[in-house]
Design a protein around this ligand. Structure first.
Ligand SMILES: Cc1ncc(COP(=O)(O)O)c(C=O)c1O
Length: 419
């Protein structure tokens, strides 16, 4: 989309101007490609606090973008900021050992039952890369099973069959410029298909399958709750066949429960990949898992990264874990998420709008697959002061209070009335 081609009158003219300027220095005018799909154009913001964001025109919005997942505590949670402010003047970035590494690791491992060790990295993409390398090294096998619609980061070896998939088990590349050979070791199966998973994993050794990686809510594939039988089939299918189960909890971790999807649906993987919410809005991620798998990093498996385990991010991780461990946190988050959903449903019913929203924990989906209809609704909601992802997903945080929930319902009622 070219900003000068904007046909709709925008409720955010300063953002449109900023995007035009940004495109002259930043490729595409956005720092992560998907942000360009926001309707009617990417929003440029000046300030955020709790559940609210202020754009460059000074307009206030209730925010459900949540930085695309990390802001489970809302923007600029005081405990997180305080921890970061405390460490900054003392130790910015040593590239050597420091106390924060194990203090934050202990806090994370305490939150995730069954995880024995972790490795620090900077993004979900990196964590997935490390996890798959560990799995291949541990098993001496090459193939990895992923599911249609699942996004596990943008690296060549797993960025496949997310938004489109050719029939069969072969991976479909997602982007121009992707090394097609990097996808040769991917096996792609339908999500929640218990029978297929059982059949394929029964032959895991013969088929050289090192790992199964699964985003338990298929967050990029339309948000789908996992069939508990499916997760059981994955665990049982890997057990005894020398295959590792990697639960990609970059979205679900510390969000659908303190111990993530593993806790919520009672499945213990061999490795977890975590990012986003782990650091409450700072850039960090981790691979958690069995000690014998993780400890391969002391035995010939490379895991590197200049910024891994930096004190600033780890102060944020430790503080985030501390806040999330407060009793009642997840009960309240569920309750708020249900109220947001109920409000949207009431607004849809009142206006007769054909909208079937649903939620998995604190992640909501409007359930709209018609892109133009979704884009129009996103534009109308922008006018009404509610922000959601271009995919129609909404991340609820612990900072969304009664007033934010009420404003959301009102905004939906008004937007749906004109949709
Ligand atoms: C399930 C899942 N895994 C991995 C990633 C990649 O994380 P990052 O964007 O931090 O590299 C994402 C990003 O949205 C994700 O949703």
């Amino acid at each position: 989309m070219n900003p000068t081609d904007q046909l709709v009158a925008t409720p955010a003219p300063a953002s449109l101007a900023a995007w035009e300027r940004c495109r002259r220095s930043v490729g595409g005018g956005v720092s992560s490609g998907q942000r360009a799909t926001a309707a009617p154009h990417p929003l440029f913001v000046d300030r955020a606090a709790g559940a609210l964001v202020w754009d460059l025109d000074g307009r206030e919005h209730v925010d459900y973008v949540g930085a695309w997942g990390p802001m489970v505590l809302g923007h600029s949670h005081p405990v997180v900021l305080e921890a970061v402010a405390a460490v900054l003047p003392r130790l910015q970035m040593p590239g050597m050992g420091h106390r924060g590494e194990y203090e934050a690791a202990e806090a994370v491992l305490a939150a995730v039952p069954g995880a024995e060790r972790l490795l620090w990295s900077n993004s979900g993409t990196e964590a997935v890369q490390v996890a798959l390398r560990l799995a291949r090294a541990f098993t001496g096998r090459n193939k990895v099973v992923k599911f249609v619609g699942a996004y596990h980061g943008w690296h060549d070896s797993v960025y496949a069959s997310v938004t489109r998939h050719e029939p069969g088990e072969r991976a479909t590349a997602q982007t121009r410029g992707q090394n097609p050979h990097a996808l040769e070791d991917l096996v792609v199966l339908p999500f929640n298909d218990v029978e297929r998973v059982r059949a394929v994993l029964a032959e895991a050794a013969e088929r050289d399958i090192a790992a199964v990686i699964v985003d338990p809510v298929l967050s990029s594939g339309g948000l789908v709750a996992p069939d508990p039988e499916f997760l059981r089939a994955l665990r049982e299918g890997c057990d005894g066949r020398g295959t590792l189960l990697v639960l990609d909890e970059v979205i679900t971790g510390f969000r659908v429960a303190r111990g993530g999807a593993a806790e919520r649906w009672g499945v213990t993987p061999d490795l977890w990949t975590c990012g986003k919410a782990i650091a409450g809005g700072f850039a960090h991620s981790a691979v958690l898992g069995r000690a014998d798998v993780i400890d391969q990093v002391s035995d010939g498996v490379t895991h590197s990264g200049t910024y891994n385990g930096n004190p600033v991010a780890l102060a944020a991780v430790e503080a985030t874990m501390r806040v999330l461990a407060e009793p009642g946190t997840y009960e309240r988050l569920e309750e708020t998420s249900e109220q947001v959903l109920a409000g949207i449903r009431r607004a849809a019913a009142a206006t007769g709008a054909d909208l079937r929203p649903y939620r998995v924990g604190s992640i909501l989906s409007l359930g709209l697959t018609d892109r133009p209809a979704l884009a129009r609704l996103q534009s109308l909601l922008l006018e009404e002061g509610v922000l959601l992802l271009p995919t129609g997903k909404m991340f609820v945080s612990t900072a969304h209070d009664r007033a934010a929930v009420q404003r959301t319902e009102t905004a939906f009622a008004r937007a749906l009335g004109r949709w």
